[in-house]
Design a binder for this molecule. Structure first.
Ligand code: PMP
Length: 414
C-alpha cells in the first residue's frame, strides 16, 4: 500500500493552480471533487485565450471572430460526443450541466409523451436533479413514479426489476455513479432489462464521466446527462446526449433565437438538432473549454486515472478502518464503488467534522448531498463526504485522517 504520492501524479497535481494554495494556514487538501472539480492550467488558459482573441457570438456572424468561435464551439461538440462514445455530434446538446439536461428530457420528452397510468422508474439513490424534474412532470401528466430500492450497502436491488418493470414503464432514470455513496450501478444490465418492456433509459452520468471511460452506445441507454464542472471543465457547461431519432421527435424545450428555422406571427418551425434545443446565446466559452478539459483527461488517460483513484480510495478506507469509530456508507467491494467516501462519526455532526477539517485546510462536504432519499434509507440526516480525483494523493488521505483524529479528541471516540 503506497505511503507517498507517485511522481507522475505529483506532476498532474501541479497543473492545478488552486491546489497549490494554503487554507487556514495549511496547504489545501481538496476532497470535494464530487461537488465540483478544480481546473487545470490548460483549461484556465483556454478560457482567457477565448475571451482575449476569439470572443464572438456563434453561428450568426459573418466575420472572422464569429467564424473562429463557431468552429471551436462545434469542434468541442464533436470532441465531447466522441469522448462519451456517441456516433454523431448532433446527438449532443449543450446544457448548463446535468440538472438542465435532465430537465430538458423531462419537460420535452416527458410532458409530450407521458400519460396517466404511465410509469417512470427511478432509484432511491438518485440526486434530487433526477427526482424532482420527474415529480414535476408526473404531477402534470398523471404518470406514476416508482423506485428501485437499495440494500444495506447502498447497492440497487435488481432482483426487484422484473416486478418493477412492466408494459406501463416508459422510462428508467438512474444514476451511473451515486454522488452520496459512490456506488457504481450496473447500467448495462439495467438497460437490458428495461429494453425487454420497451422502456427508454436515462442515465445521470454526473459522477461517471469525470472518472471513467463512458461509452453511451455500449451502455445501450437512450439519454445520458453530464456536467462539465465535475470533469475539470468550467461551471455552467455540460451536455445531454440522446439518440438522434428521439431528439428529432422531441419538441423544443426553450424558445428563442438560434433554435428556429422560420418564425411567423402565430407559429414557427424548428432548426435541426441539436440547435433546436439550444435557444439563445449559449455558454460558448464553457463548451470550448470543456473540450480542452476532455483532451486533458484523455491525455492523462482513464485507465491511469481509475487505477490511481482506486489506490487512493483503498488507502483511505484502510486508514479510516484503522482509526476506528467511523461508519462508512456504500459498497464494501472496491469494484462496486468510486472515489467517494460518505461517513459519520458517532455523535459528531457532519457539519462539525467539516468545520474542524476546514480549520486544518482540509475541504470535504457535509450534508444530505442532494440525496435525501439516501439519507432516509440509512436513517440519518447527513453524512460527511470526502471525494477524490486525479490530483489527490495518499498524503491527502493522511491529512484527512489526522483531522478526523482531532475530531475524535473533541467529540470522543464515537
Ligand atoms: N447528479 C449527480 C449524481 C450529481 O452528483 C450532481 C451534482 N452534485 C448532479 C446530478 C447535478 O449536477 P449539476 O449541479 O452540475 O447540474
Amino acid at each position: 500500500m503506497p505511503t507517498s504520492p507517485r511522481p507522475e501524479w505529483t506532476a498532474v497535481r501541479a497543473q492545478f493552480p488552486a491546489m497549490t494554495q494554503d487554507v487556514s494556514g495549511h496547504p489545501l487538501v481538496y476532497l470535494d471533487s464530487a461537488a465540483t472539480s478544480q481546473k487545470p492550467r490548460v483549461v484556465l488558459d483556454a478560457l482567457a485565450k477565448y475571451y482575449e482573441r476569439d470572443n464572438a457570438n456563434v453561428h450568426r456572424g459573418i466575420h472572422e471572430l464569429s467564424r473562429r468561435a463557431t468552429i471551436a464551439y462545434e469542434e468541442a461538440r464533436a470532441k465531447l460526443a466522441s469522448f462519451i462514445g456517441a456516433a454523431d455530434p448532433s446527438e449532443l446538446v449543450w446544457t448548463r450541466g446535468t440538472t438542465e439536461a435532465i430537465n430538458l428530457v423531462a419537460s420535452s420528452w416527458g410532458l409530450d409523451t407521458l400519460k396517466e397510468g404511465d410509469e417512470v422508474l427511478l432509484s432511491s439513490m438518485e440526486h434530487h436533479s433526477n427526482i424532482v424534474p420527474w415529480q414535476l412532470v408526473a404531477h402534470r401528466t398523471g404518470a406514476r413514479l416508482r423506485y428501485i430500492e437499495m440494500d444495506d450497502q447502498g447497492r440497487l436491488v435488481l432482483d426487484d426489476l422484473s416486478e418493477l418493470l412492466t408494459e406501463r414503464t416508459r422510462l428508467v432514470a438512474v444514476t451511473h455513479i451515486s454522488n452520496a455513496l459512490g456506488t457504481v450501478n450496473p447500467v448495462r444490465e439495467i438497460t437490458e432489462h428495461a429494453k425487454k418492456v420497451g422502456a427508454l433509459v436515462l442515465v445521470d452520468g454526473a459522477q461517471a464521466v469525470p472518472h471513467r471511460r463512458v461509452d453511451v452506445q455500449e451502455l445501450g441507454c437512450d439519454f445520458y446527462a453530464f456536467s462539465g464542472h465535475k470533469m475539470c471543465g468550467p461551471t455552467g457547461s455540460g451536455a445531454l446526449w440522446a439518440r438522434r431519432e428521439l431528439l428529432e421527435s422531441m419538441p423544443p424545450y426553450h424558445g428563442g433565437g438560434e433554435m428556429i428555422r422560420i418564425v411567423g406571427r402565430d407559429s414557427s418551425t424548428w432548426a435541426e438538432i441539436p440547435h433546436k434545443f439550444e435557444a439563445g446565446t449559449p455558454n460558448i466559452a464553457g463548451a470550448i473549454t470543456l473540450g480542452v478539459a476532455a483532451d486533458f483527461l484523455d491525455e492523462v488517460g482513464f485507465d491511469a486515472i481509475a487505477e490511481h483513484e482506486r489506490e487512493v480510495l483503498a488507502y483511505a478506507l484502510q486508514r479510516l478502518d484503522d482509526l476506528g469509530g467511523v461508519t462508512v456508507y456504500g459498497p464494501t467491494d472496491l469494484d462496486e464503488r468510486s472515489g467517494v467516501i460518505s461517513f459519520t462519526m458517532g455523535d459528531a455532526h457532519p457539519h462539525d467534522i467539516s468545520t474542524i477539517l476546514d480549520s486544518r485546510g482540509v475541504a470535504i462536504r457535509a450534508g444530505h448531498h442532494c440525496a435525501q432519499l439516501v439519507m432516509k434509507h440509512f436513517g440519518i440526516s447527513a453524512t460527511a463526504r470526502a471525494s477524490f480525483y486525479l490530483y489527490n494523493s495518499t498524503d491527502d488521505v493522511d491529512r484527512l485522517v489526522e483531522g478526523l483524529a482531532s475530531v475524535q479528541e473533541i467529540f470522543g471516540p464515537g
